[in-house]
Design a binder for this molecule. Sequence first.
Ligand code: KG4
Ligand code: ZN
Length: 385
Amino acid sequence: MPDAHILGIESSCDETGAAVVRSGQQILSNVVASQIATHQPYGGVVPELASREHLRAIVPVVRRALSEAGQTYESVDAIAVTQGPGLAGALLVGISFAKALAFALEKPLIAVNHLEGHIHAVLLEQRQSGNAELQFPALALVVSGGHTHLYLAQVRENLWTYRNIGHTRDDAAGEAFDKVAKLLGLGYPGGPIIDRLAPHGDPQAVKFQIAQIKHPDRRDHKQSERVSADEGPHFDFSYSGIKTAVLRYVETQNLKPAIEARRQALAGVDKPTLEDIRGLCDRQILNLVASFQRSMVNDLAMKTLAAAREYDVRTLFVSGGVAANRELRATFEREAGMQGLPVLFPSRALSTDNAAMIAAAAFPKFLRGEFVAMDFCAEAGMALR
Ligand code: KG4
Ligand code: ZN
């Protein structure tokens, strides 16, 4: 099989990414321009600002990815771009740029689902480290700012297919981390901050109950939540309740004045470090953060492993921004290990949004000649199948 160098472009949310990956197995470059500083003052991603930042960043990011890879516009074999899901205006920037490049250079254009990209981040790094033989069926948990989705993944002759067997009914796990951090005046994005603060608190201090979604057909499938004859059991998540529980705790414990003081203090610090944030947290807040994270991680692990048992999978992938969480990794490794189930993560850098995963997911499509026409559109709500 000849080598193929694919230029991947990612612009679905708040990171502008470009990468060159060789044959779905070797990262030659992976450039990410983060917009954290732009969105930080608003405590979340502002879609209009995201589009403008992508416009500003896309040309230099792509140029850098090519030069770091020792490639040129002419030398790459194909251009891959995220089609969705994501913010429509943000997706459009990457797609328009990829279309223009493909048209001008007469290169094939490949459209990639962002969620498939997260799954292929795992596969790419496994191949890169020489582990080509993965066992199927595989279960993939994609856990990010916009998704908490479980997919059964299969591959036949380079055709990857995915079956969704669970998703969040309301907030995604990353969204819950971000909202809770905002609520506690800890800053943005919340996931990495909570991850680093949690080890300083007592995870048993506050008891949270996470919704266990039940289904009338539960008696037929002990651990399942949603069942239909042709679909099989579903394992759904729900994280808006825990956010409300944190808010209730804040109110009953009268934490608002301290939170407001912290918010104001952090607003006055340019690029606050973890030490800055930690210095503004008392024991009660650290305990609350640790307890919140423990509940989230345990719920994600418990439901995912129940699904893995029900579907008798051979391998588990955990990917997406929240997969960078240290406690989540340790918990999945411990619990999956007890079930004798191999669990694979991307490196922490490839867990969050990047374009290497898009270029990697495009490679099997390249081999199959699955190219898109110039009139293909962004799909903000794109499903993975
Ligand atoms: O995959 P990603 O970069 O973008 C989306 O596709 O959404 O995920 C971003 C999400 C954010 O909600 C962020 O707070 C969360 O992933 N995240 C984390 C960590 N790093 C990023 N959550 C928990 N612990 C982390 N270390
Ligand atoms: Zn993502």
